[in-house]
Structure formats: C-alpha cells, structure tokens
Write a protein that binds this ligand. Structure first.
Ligand SMILES: Cc1ncc(COP(=O)(O)O)c(C=O)c1O
Length: 454
C-alpha cells in the first residue's frame, strides 16, 4: 500500500525558527510610535519582554529554539503531512493534494506553536500575568495552555459574540486555568466606553486587543501577547513549513502550490515562508513554489485593502504598522471564521504581497463550508471554518487541474479542527449562513480614518 501519512520522528522537531526578514528584497518598514517616529524598544517593552522584541526586530535568518520550548513541542510535534488521496479520487483530479494537519495540538490548532515560546520568554523575564484577546477562542485556549505550563496567570478578553456562541472554548480556557471576560468588558476604560456607546456591543477583535493592551500597559506585572500579525509570531510558526519540507522529501514529492488561510497571517507565513526561502534562492530545481494566502471575501484585507500605516487595534493603542488594512475601525460582518475577522494582514505578509512575491485570493463563506464538508466526507477530519478557506482554494485549483489535465502537487495548511465550531456547521446545514461581500463605499469610509502617517 502506498503511504498516505508522512510522520517525522521527534528528533526532527526543528532546532531553529526561520526569519523571512533575512530574505526580503528590501528591509521591513519599522512600526511607528504616536509621534510618527519608529517605535522604540523602550515603548514596546511596556507590554513585551526584551527577548520577544529582539526577535521582532531581528534580520538574522535562523533563530535558535530554546530547549525548554522544543521539549513542550514534543507533546504534539512534528505534526503529520497527509496525502488526501480520497479527496483526489472524489474530485477526479489528476492533482496530488497534501495537507499539513495542525489540529493535533492540545488546543486544536497551530496557535500553541507561538503561545509556548511567548509564555516561555515572558516567564524568563519574570512576568507572572499575561493579558490577551481571542476571537474564535483558538488563540485564547492556546495561550491559556501555555501560561499554565509556565505558571503564568492568563487573562483573556473574548469577543462577546464568540463568548456567547462558543461556551466550550470558554470551558477549555478555564480547564487550563485562565480567566475570561466578554469584550467589551467593564474591566477597562476602552470596554466601559464601548458599553456606554452601546450596551449590546457585539465586540470585535480590534476592540478586544485594545482592552488587553490597556490592561498590560497599566500594570507592571502584566504583559501582552498577540496570536498573529507580528513578526515574532510568524517566526515561531515557521516550524510548520520546515517540517512540511522534510516530509515532502520523505514522500519524494514537492508542492507546486501552497495554500493557507490568512487572518493576521501567521499560519500562512508559518507554512509559506520556509518555501519562500527556496524561492528567494532561485527555487528548488530552479522552479518557484506558488504561495497563496486565502482570505474571506467579507474581510478582504490583502485583496481589497490599502497598503498603509495603521493601528493593530481599534482604539489606536498599538504602534502603527505598514500593512494591507481595511482600516482599524472596520467592523467585519459576523462570519463564522472568527479567526479571519481582522482588519489587517501581517506586515511581513503584506510586504511580500506588495512586492508580487506571494498571491492572495478571497473566497465567500458558503463556498468555504461546502469545501469543508466535502473534505470531511472524503478524509474524515472536520476542519475549522478558518481552515476551510485554504481547502476551498486547494479544491478550486484541483478542479482547474482536472480541466487542463495538469498533475500539479498541492499543499494546504489544515490549521485546526472544527470540533467547537459545529454550531456554525449546523447553521450552514440549515441554510442560515449568507455570503457577504463588503461594499466598496464601506471600505472607503473606514479607510478615511487611517492615521496621518498612512
Ligand atoms: C484554525 C485557525 N486557522 C487560521 C486562523 C487565522 O489566523 P492566522 O492568519 O494568524 O493564521 C485562526 C485564527 O484564529 C485559526 O484559529
């Protein structure tokens, strides 16, 4: 029987993270402080430990992974690479389809890959409390888990709609010892102001970030952690692509196209950047791998946003970052891929997209659930709604191969399972989900509020 699963021994857990900043054609643009000047480590040090800030600014190609972090990675890594042969047969495509399954982590997604090192560096710096936000609950769970492992108190501001829709994500965070607040909350000035404006405010990721940053900035014992967007987060995720490359060698194959869902950009960067390293060096066997970020049509920061300096949160507490953005006060519609409802895309992903070195596509919600159900029926795994975006794009490519007869090799990042998203699947089955294309005027309106340094 032909092998379908490519599993590396634990000795192959990467020893270094890959830093794409070393291979960019032009240096990354710095984050800016409120005065429009590059934000200083002292300003950012109020909420981040110095080791993380060094990684954020580093242009070293390889950064060693601390042994203690690798020891924890052993609990679920290396994650499997799987050939989706049953999906190929179901589609009748000559394409070969592989997926890298990150849902094997205890929290059920790729997010612990960065939560663990972030908790580790904070603990090294003597921090005992971390505040963060969570949209869909994947990041909150991952940080709760990682903080538990390092004896840190985790405080999670969870976007109110998700808090109400996903009670079991809350239970998981509690099981790992975290405290959870529905955002907007009465705990912070930002939350109180939002509630005064609208007592039924549904919350947004940008607002929850503002609450967590406010708490971290106002207490010396508390730091802040972010689950995507920033350079160090993407750096930590590059173990995904590094493992995938070794697994393709085991399979004696190599991808022509790589897909990943793109919210803040960490699962895309984590998977795609190690392949980009080969592209930057002329491509393996002289042939570049196409790298495709897949975003929701209802929150299309790369495909319809503006490349500009903007804040990472809705209140403007974070430094300004040069990125593709829909505007920091853009409120995405309540689509069911909560982890993709973010107004911007990581500065590193944005820069590569701007320079034409990676591609992006936007897909509508209903088509993503259809792809997720097709995948579940062929391969068994029920994917997270965020991951369904990459599956949609991979299936579309496989169907194009069917038309042209090209036997391309496709890889996608199956970033998480959907076990806590079944109410969204139920709504899809009941015909209650809708597609939503954001009107151009609404995007233009929120882009009018970009900061002056845009
Ligand atoms: C399962 C899953 N995939 C993808 C994402 C998107 O985030 P990012 O773009 O940082 O990978 C999320 C975010 O919460 C997620 O939970």
């Amino acid at each position: 029987m032909e092998s379908l699963r490519f599993v590396l021994p634990q000795s192959e857990i990467p020893t270094h993270w890959y830093n794409v900043a070393a291979d960019l054609p032009s240096p990354p643009l710095p984050p800016l402080g409120p005065d429009g000047k590059p934000a200083t480590p002292e300003q950012m040090g109020v909420i981040f430990p110095m080791a993380i800030l060094e990684q954020e600014m580093s242009t070293e190609r390889w950064i060693p992974i601390p042994q203690e972090v690798r020891e924890i990675y052993r609990l679920w890594r290396p994650s499997p690479l799987v050939r989706a042969a049953r999906l190929e047969a179901m589609l009748g495509t000559p394409a070969k389809i592989y997926y890298k399954y990150e849902g094997v982590s205890p929290a059920g997604s790729h997010k612990p890959n960065t939560a663990v090192p972030q908790a580790y560096y904070n603990r090294q710096a003597g921090i005992r409390r971390i505040a963060t936000e969570t949209g869909a609950g994947q990041w909150g769970c991952s940080l709760a888990l990682a903080c538990q492992m390092f004896g840190i108190e985790a405080r999670v501001y969870m976007v109110k709609v998700s808090y109400e829709q996903k009670p079991y994500r809350r239970s998981m965070m509690r099981a790992w010892g975290a405290e959870i607040f529905a955002s907007p909350s009465a705990m912070t000035q930002t939350g109180r102001e939002a509630l005064a404006r609208d007592p039924d405010h549904p919350g947004s990721l940008g607002l929850a970030i503002s609450e967590a940053v406010e708490e971290a900035a106002s207490r010396a014992d508390t730091n802040y952690a972010l689950g995507s967007v920033l350079n160090h987060v993407i750096l930590h995720q590059t173990i995904i692509g590094q493992e995938a490359k070794k697994q393709f060698e085991m399979a004696d194959d190599w991808p022509d196209v790589v897909f990943a869902p793109c919210g803040g950009g960490s699962s895309f960067g984590g998977m795609a950047f190690p392949f980009f390293a080969d592209n930057a060096a002329g491509g393996r066997n002289g042939k570049p791998v196409r790298l495709v970020a897949v975003e929701p049509a209802s929150c299309p920061s790369l495909t319809r946003g503006k490349y500009a300096y903007d804040y990472g949160d809705s209140s403007g507490f974070t430094p300004m970052m040069k990125m593709f953005t829909l505007g920091h006060d853009f409120t995405p519609p309540g689509i069911h891929a909560g982890g993709l409802r973010y107004h911007g895309a990581s500065p590193l992903v944005s820069q590569l997209y701007r320079e034409g070195l990676i591609e992006a596509v936007a897909v509508p919600q209903l088509a993503t659930f259809e792809a997720g159900v097709t995948f579940a029926r062929a391969e068994g795994v029920i994917p997270a709604p965020e991951s369904c975006h990459a599956i949609r794009a991979a299936i579309d490519e496989a169907l194009r191969c069917k038309q042209t007869g090209e036997p391309r090799t496709l890889l996608f990042n199956l970033t998480g399972h959907g076990h806590f998203d079944m109410s969204s699947y139920d709504r899809y089955f009941a015909g209650e989900l809708e597609d939503f294309e954001y009107p151009r005027e609404a995007i233009e309106e929120s882009l009018r509020h970009l900061p002056d340094f845009a």
